[in-house]
Design a protein around this ligand. Sequence first.
Ligand code: SF4
Length: 374
Amino acid sequence: MERKPTRAVRIGKVQVGAGAPIVVQSMCATKTTDIDATVAQVHQLDKAGAGVVRIAVDNPKEAAALKEIRAQTTATLSVDLQENYKMAELVAPYVDKIRYNPGHLHHIEKSKTIQQKVAWIVDIARVHDVALRIGVNCGSVAPAFLDKYPGDQMEALIQSTLYHCQLMEDLGYDRFVVSMKDSDPDKVIEANARFAKVRPDVPIHLGVTEAGLPPDGIIKSRLAFEKLLADGIGDTLRVSLTLPNDKKHEEVTAGFQIIEDVEAGRFVSVPNFGKGMNIISCPSCSRVENEKFVELAQQVKEMTTYAKDHKITIAVMGCRVNGPGETDDADLGLWCGPTTVNLKKKSVKVGNFGYDVVLGRLRKELDALIAERA
Ligand code: SF4
């Protein structure tokens, strides 16, 4: 594979970019406060070959757990910041990389500018010798960019990413990578290819969000990664799969398999893939609100087999952090709460239903949608 000549970015003991081997990443799905389980999963992923292991940390209690986890492993660790970017201060001493989402920076401290917030994150990164990832998702592009490019989410996503690269560079900081993710492989290809044309020097982390259960989730990621890697784009990647905790390492093996196949010139051909029912589901993480989530995703897949030829997207998400936003574009969406599941039709809420009845209610909505379109 002829790779784009990106610059080198050090993440702990791992080098990304500048021709270094492509780094395969993964993320823990255990409760972060369950230190033993999380350390065990870090080891499970590290042993499978994950170059960087991400952990969800959203509050001081989880940051305290992270400190303990750090003390028990030498794996390269990263954390993603959600709506409270100030968590950077609490996690930075214990990780090698922090990912922030430019689409989440406006949520708190509204009197501060985006430039001030990024400058603060960069200061923290410098002090603690931490690399950064600018992680943009189609489902959560910064409102300012959506307003600037009305009706063109792709342009908004790319411009937001370019803007944050510039902000960092204006601060004299270039120890960062970027990611532009969506659940649609074609959009992932377009976003990354267009970005790489403008900034071939910036290392890129590849990912298809909410790819879902294997084997479809692997195929979706593969469709995007094959095209991009073959064009020399991508220095690090993650295959996000909805898997039970004891199989989480399969994300890593799937990632290596794709790289190996592209290197050997083996490409998949799935002529009708994506033409019918599309189930997207998140890979789950510490934030998952009910352990029944993975089982629910599996049940949705099985229940909807009867409608497999209909071009309908159903999203199944594990929590309230990304659930409400990331289900907006799906025809039908489910996102999990602690005791009930929220059912949506596009961005409109249908209601909250118990885990034991939500499948029947989803079936009713699906039948109605099929009848509407007939
Ligand atoms: S939707 Fe929630 S549970 Fe699922 S991966 Fe995203 S943050 Fe984690």
